[in-house]
Design a protein around this ligand. Structure first.
Ligand code: GRF
Length: 199
């Protein structure tokens, strides 16, 4: 199975994925990295690992779907079987999702369905919840709403700051995302409506 990672930023999850592929902890081939941000560090990480890494500028396209058609074209050219979002800051169009239905994974830094959106770590911290953590889920045509694959609950202690909590969440992400990707690549994830079982 071939897969691509789409990212917009730092790419620490991409790095963990690259490492897991190299160590054969993910039994699939990472064939492309795509970013919508020219100067995103994830592109450097991809290039350094000798993975075809593409920057596609959204401003070159008249609509979200036109941009996504270009991205999907790139993925098809690379013979991508499934797609991994890792800090990709764009909503996928229905067109994109249809091309890779049930074959797009995302990681979100809160225990969904709590704290959807782009400020999830801060929102959970400010709310005062005692438990939070990352969620790996399938991507559907609604933000942070697809069926849940894996979660890693973490305690927020009175010593935690937003910084220590963020670090804990990222560390957990780097552990569970490669695991979930490997399970998906090996055909071990079975979705029945909202429920995903591993077998
Ligand atoms: C992660 O916290 C992930 O949950 C969210 O975006 C962040 C990406 O971080 N979707 P990085 O670019 O992988 O370091």
């Amino acid at each position: 199975m071939n897969f691509a990672v789409l990212a917009s930023g730092n790419g620490s999850n991409l790095q963990a994925i690259i490492k897991a592929v190299a160590a054969k902890k993910i039994k699939a081939k990472l064939v492309a990295v795509v970013s919508d941000k020219a100067d995103a560090f994830c592109l450097e990480r991809g290039r350094k690992a000798k993975i075809a890494s593409y920057y596609i500028n959204p401003k070159d396209f008249a609509s979200r779907e036109a941009f996504d058609r270009r991205v999907v074209g790139q993925l098809q050219e690379a013979e991508v079987d499934f797609v991994v979002l890792a800090g990709y800051m764009r909503l996928l169009s229905p067109y994109f999702i249809k091309q890779y239905e049930d074959k797009i994974l995302n990681i979100h830094p809160s225990l969904l369905p709590a704290f959807k959106g782009t400020q999830a770590i801060k929102d959970a911290f400010d709310y005062g919840v005692k438990v939070t953590g990352p969620t790996v889920h399938f991507v559907v045509d609604e933000m942070d709403a697809g069926a849940i694959i894996m979660q890693a609950p973490l305690e927020i202690t009175s010593k935690d700051t937003l910084e220590t909590l963020s670090a804990k969440i990222h560390k957990a992400e780097h552990k569970i995302y490669p695991q979930a990707i490997d399970l998906f690549a090996r055909g071990k994830l079975h979705r029945d409506g909202r429920r995903v079982s591993i077998r």
